[in-house]
Design a protein around this ligand. Structure first.
Ligand code: GAR
Length: 209
């Protein structure tokens, strides 16, 4: 099983979904640790309660961004991560950091990329009059929210949706697709090549609900 470290900044519900999935013995990845840039992230406590090793690497402890990123790299490598999952990690990573883990670092974003990169995605989807919205798991590249897509899930935008009601629907979809996408990457069924996601060995997999 591939060793995975999850990077979070907050609640950690996607982290939890990955941990849950990895409790299945047949799941191709094992969550070995959690790193947060926020010392008080609720997700850190949840990870500790599950017996995972956790590290807080707050930006405030370092003189500049390169020093902070060096500490993040150190924590990731000490844990022995083979794959890094960003799960609500709300910090932009430098091109150097991203290059170091290219093809081994994935992120979940709360929109159907390439629509609605950045923040406040649910509010913007409603304002744009979208009737579908969703979530994307993608490889992390130097372009923010711009790396090749691994998996997506769409949800309807209902007439009376608020940012909160739509966000809750998307979050549920996130908890379903992040474990699926990580399984594809950890098993080698998805890989990043030439700036694209290539798939192999999917024969016999059932993508229907
Ligand atoms: C998730 O909706 C994730 O897609 C989003 O933050 C939330 C984290 O929730 N990520 C981003 O917006 C990244 N720019 P969680 O902490 O409960 O997993």
């Amino acid at each position: 099983r591939k060793k995975v470290v999850v990077l979070i900044s907050g609640r950690g519900s996607n982290m939890n979904a990955l941990i849950e999935a990895s409790h299945d013995r047949d799941y191709p990845a094992e969550i070995i640790g959690v790193i947060s840039d926020q010392a008080d992230a609720p997700g850190l406590k949840a990870a500790q309660a599950r017996g995972l090793s956790t590290v807080a690497v707050p930006r405030s402890g370092f003189s500049d961004k390169p020093a902070h990123e060096a500490a993040l790299v150190d924590a990731i490598e000490r844990m022995g991560a083979e794959i890094i999952c960003l799960a609500g990690f709300m910090r932009l990573l430098s091109a150097e950091f991203v290059a170091r883990f290219e093809g081994r670092m994935i992120n979940i974003h709360p929109s159907l990329l390439p629509l609605f990169k950045g923040l406040d995605t649910h509010k913007r989807a409603i304002e744009a009059g979208m009737r579908v919205h969703g979530t994307t798991v993608h490889y992390v590249t130097a372009e923010m929210d711009g790396g090749p897509v691994i998996a997506q899930a769409a949800v309807p935008v209902l007439p009376n949706d608020t940012e909160a009601s739509l966000g809750a629907r998307v979050l549920k979809a996130e908890h379903a697709i992040y474990p699926l996408a990580l399984a594809l990457v950890a098993s080698g069924k998805a890989a990043m090549q030439g700036g694209k996601t290539i798939y192999s060995g999917l024969e016999g997999m059932d993508f229907e609900e």
